[in-house]
Design a protein around this ligand. Structure first.
Ligand code: SF4
Length: 295
């Protein structure tokens, strides 16, 4: 259990590392990875086509790849990352929450929400959370570990597949893909378990996979992605410098600093920027007049 008021950025010792997956790798790294397996580099693009454009991670469906190669490619680059524990639906099935069990038994959730004008998916970026907001059950349980880029991306691939396969009833007015044959997610919000900016590198990697054009990525619009933070200011500055057209949402939770300090212990009075700078981010001193005390 976390100590009241204490933030946790370090992943607990003994946390297992998820297996490497295609979605962890850039297109260039995928070519290197297939070459290391003794395969032609173009197999990387074929695999990407199956995973990012067809949501097909079952090697039986990869009919353009020789059967003899499929097994080792699947084992090395598309290991099973998570399985569904259960779905829970409401709004006549148009909102569906999924509880996932990750490779090490860790549990996380995602939620798919169909609205008349859009289809939104809320994803988790960490298992648990180290930000310790006292009103939040996730925060009170502490941080288990960071999700890998692929574990984040795979929640969304599963959502895209569920929509395409008609698992989520209803039809949105504007969510049809060109041609109208399938429906796609239009919005992704990082508002599930975890503080996304405390898992900075993997979240940024996931945004690249989500928004790179098919088949390098899922081809989603950057403008449809919202990263929600509790207020890690140096990481917010760094994120702004990435040049994404994503939205950044800051959870205020209170109308003034005094109440916010109570509800959200992320920036208590007197803490230096370094204290709440997540590993891997540069502690930037916010400029005068910047939102350092009231993010
Ligand atoms: S940052 Fe979000 S997930 Fe983490 S403890 Fe606070 S409210 Fe909960």
């Amino acid at each position: 259990m976390p100590v009241p008021g204490e933030l946790t950025f370090a992943v607990p010792r003994g946390a297992k590392k998820p297996p490497r997956h295609l979605a962890d790798l850039s297109p260039a790294e995928r070519k290197e990875a297939v070459a290391e397996l003794g395969e032609k580099p173009f197999r990387a693009r074929q695999l990407s086509q199956h995973y990012f454009a067809r949501y097909a991670d079952d090697p039986a469906a990869w009919t353009d790849i020789p059967a003899a190669s499929r097994g080792k490619l699947a084992e090395d680059l598309l290991p099973e990352l998570m399985s569904v524990v259960r779905h829970a639906s409401c709004d006549e099935g148009e909102t569906r929450k999924t509880l996932w069990r990750l490779f090490d038994g860790t549990l996380v959730e995602s939620v798919l929400m169909r609205y008349p004008e859009r289809v939104t998916m809320c994803v988790s970026s960490q298992a648990g959370c180290g930000m310790n907001c006292p009103f939040c059950a996730t925060g009170q349980a502490g941080l288990d570990r960071n999700l890998s880029t692929a574990e984040i991306v795979h929640q969304i691939v599963a959502g895209m597949r569920a929509l395409r396969d008609g698992e989520v009833p209803g039809r949105s007015a504007t969510a049809a893909a060109p041609g109208g044959a399938t429906e796609r997610l239009s919005n992704i919000v990082f508002m599930g378990m975890g503080e996304p900016l405390a898992n900075y590198k993997r979240v940024v990697g996931a945004i690249r996979r989500l928004t790179d054009p098919e088949p390098d990525g899922l081809g989603l619009s950057q403008r449809g992605i919202t990263v929600s933070t509790v207020g890690l200011v140096p990481a917010m500055y760094r994120f702004a410098e990435e040049g994404f057209k994503c939205r950044l949402a800051v959870s205020l939770h209170a109308p003034d600093d005094e109440l916010r300090d109570t509800l959200v212990p992320v920036i208590p009075a007197g803490r230096s920027a370094r204290c709440w700078t997540p590993p891997g981010t540069t502690p930037t001193s916010p400029a005068a007049g910047s939102p350092s005390s009231t993010p």
